[in-house]
Design a protein around this ligand. Structure first.
Ligand code: PLP
Length: 446
């Protein structure tokens, strides 16, 4: 038998990943390259056709903000695995925490047993929510503690929020907003109203869900409470404080403040879906902090564990009235995901909230500057590293996203005709400038 090749040492691997992290985007083959083309052709017959695959990218590895495909093409990632790789791809501290935990305990089930870490992560979330509620100095959050139920995903976090709201209020109805995206399981899908294709042929969905117009506070009392559902029957209003999939729209402060007031007046729980906007994406722990509005429930996921599957439904303790056994999850909050999340929180609190705020402001200003005067660009908006560019038409947005990919920049579309930039929160100013150069070139060519 031929001798086994010696394994590369961890140090060599780390140096290699470090080198990738410092690279610039470079496209060395036609896209997709030959290896990607072959692998994709092999996979397609056996994977669900419901998956989207926005471009034919076959990723081999990723470090920081850089992604390398199987043919050696290197991309600057301004979508971060759909706003998830918060600390950058494969951050050494997160990877080390995962590896160390995987050697001690992978799973035992947090619903039925205790293990170190579960409470620590929930305490971190409590600290952030309590800090924010106290700083906001008003509303029901003041001085109260928060408790958390951990899940495997954002959609499960929303499911948990729906169930808690119904359980606690003993009311059945829910209000969400047109343009909102809350997930794809049956309960969360019932709230989702960003694209009809997400809902088509999946009905009947959850009964008792009503949609209002995002940003239009008056429509709730005028259209819903007056004509469709009595406020006394509404358990929760579920809203993204910054609209994600629906277009990276930042609402007026008065809208969220008005929702808070409405919920207080009618005994309705205010649920902020911060699956995409939370965990430093906007430069603060919660996007809600930009508006000074404290909800009753936060739902977090995506960036929480840097890409490991973890979500959180964090509610004010006084609403956590459901008893043992009423809700649970086999793998939700498993020890490996929690280890990743604790390492992620250290990095976010250490410098990444501030970096997202600083580099995000720089990126937005540079985009506004470089795209100014282009007829196809209607708006550049956003908070922190959650930046949307509104284009003239859907076709223009699609063409630009595809062209960015061919030039070595990964972005995603959102809304009807917008492109979102949601890079890892480790993005440097130099990388932001590279992203702007490529994006502007794609806009000029469109
Ligand atoms: N809520 C929001 C605001 C989201 O953006 C998403 C996913 O994009 C979800 C919920 C669903 O999260 P997941 O895909 O982790 O189930």
């Amino acid at each position: 038998m031929p001798a086994k090749k010696p394994r590369r040492t961890d140090i060599a691997l780390q140096a290699d990943m470090g080198a990738l992290q410092d690279r610039r985007p470079v496209i060395v083959t036609a896209l997709p390259g030959p290896k990607a083309r072959a692998l994709i052709a092999r996979a397609m017959p056996v994977i669900s056709p419901s998956l989207i695959h926005v471009y034919p990218l076959m990723v081999a590895r990723a470090a920081g903000c850089m992604v390398e495909d199987v043919d050696g093409n290197v991309f600057l990632d301004c979508q971060a695995g759909v706003a998830t790789a918060s600390t950058g791809h494969c951050h050494p501290a997160v990877a080390a925490a995962i590896a160390a935990q995987a050697q001690r305990l992978i799973h035992i089930c947090g619903t039925d047993f205790h293990y170190p870490g579960y409470g620590d992560l929930c305490a971190r979330l409590d600290q952030h929510a309590t800090r924010f509620a106290s700083a906001a100095g008003r509303g029901p959050g003041r001085g109260r503690r928060w408790q958390t139920f951990l899940t495997n995903s954002g959609t499960e976090g929303i499911e948990a929020a729906i169930k808690l709201a119904r359980y606690h209020t003993k009311r059945a109805h829910l209000i969400a907003f047109r343009g909102g995206f809350h997930g794809r399981s049956m309960g969360s899908l019932s709230l989702t109203a960003s694209k009809s294709k997400y809902r088509k042929h999946f009905g009947p969905l959850l009964s008792g869900v009503h949609h209002a117009t995002y940003g239009d506070l008056a429509s709730i009392e005028r259209d819903l409470f007056a004509r469709t559902v009595s406020s006394e029957e509404v358990a929760a209003i579920v809203v993204e404080p910054v609209l994600g999939e629906g277009g990276y729209l930042v609402p007026a402060r008065a809208f969220l403040r008005g929702l808070r007031d409405l919920c207080d007046r009618h005994g309705i729980l205010l649920v902020f879906d911060e699956v995409q906007s939370g965990l430093g994406r906007t430069g603060r722990m919660f996007a809600a902090e930009h508006f000074g509005v404290v909800p009753d429930v936060f739902v977090l996921a995506k960036g929480l564990a840097s890409g490991m599957p973890l979500g959180a439904m964090t509610a004010q303790k006084r609403f956590m009235t459901w008893p043992a056994g009423s809700h649970g999850s086999t793998c939700g909050g498993n020890p490996v995901c929690i280890a990743a999340a604790l390492a992620t929180m250290d990095l976010l609190e250490g410098e990444l909230f501030a970096n997202a705020s600083r580099v995000g402001a720089h990126l937005k200003a540079r985009l506004q500057d470089r795209l100014r005067g282009m007829k196809i660009v209607e708006d550049v908006r956003g908070l922190g590293l959650m930046i949307g560019v509104e284009l003239a038409t859907h076709d223009v947005a699609s063409a630009i996203a595809q062209d960015c990919y061919r030039r070595g920049l990964l972005v995603l579309e959102c809304g009807d005709k917008a492109i979102r930039l949601s890079p890892p929160l480790v993005l440097s100013r130099a990388q932001a400038d590279q992203a702007v150069d490529i994006f502007a070139a794609a806009c000029r060519a469109a």
